[in-house]
Ligand binder design. Sequence first.
Ligand SMILES: [Fe+2]
Ligand SMILES: [Fe+2]
Length: 134
Amino acid sequence: MPTSQDMLARFDTLYAVGDATIDHTHREFLELCVAAGEAEGAAFAAQFHALFAHTQAHFADEEARMQASAYPALGEHRAHHRNLLGDMDRLGQRVAAGRSAMARAWLNDNLPQWFDLHARTMDSALAVHLRQQG
Ligand SMILES: [Fe+2]
Ligand SMILES: [Fe+2]
């Protein structure tokens, strides 16, 4: 699996879905993943929290657009979001308690994989739907 840094470097080829808002948010998301991965010591907790807050807003925005456009796959897409937010919340609580090892491993191993799949399937399908809605 490529790192968040690789994913950002190859964003246009691999992850651009053609919706300016989604693509902008996804770049910011990957930039925050990179920043958290590079943060040391106490700075890690702040970066992990920033990534969590950004992800909550990112998902809420997509879900609002799905709702507004009566997107048929809203339930499935939202479930995928909620699953990730649940993991991030649990890991964030460990980080806040000074235990960052699991969150770091997850950030390196699981999150890039989650984003790779989610962006190329669910978010790209959403972008097609939004485009068709005009
Ligand atoms: Fe997204
Ligand atoms: Fe999404």
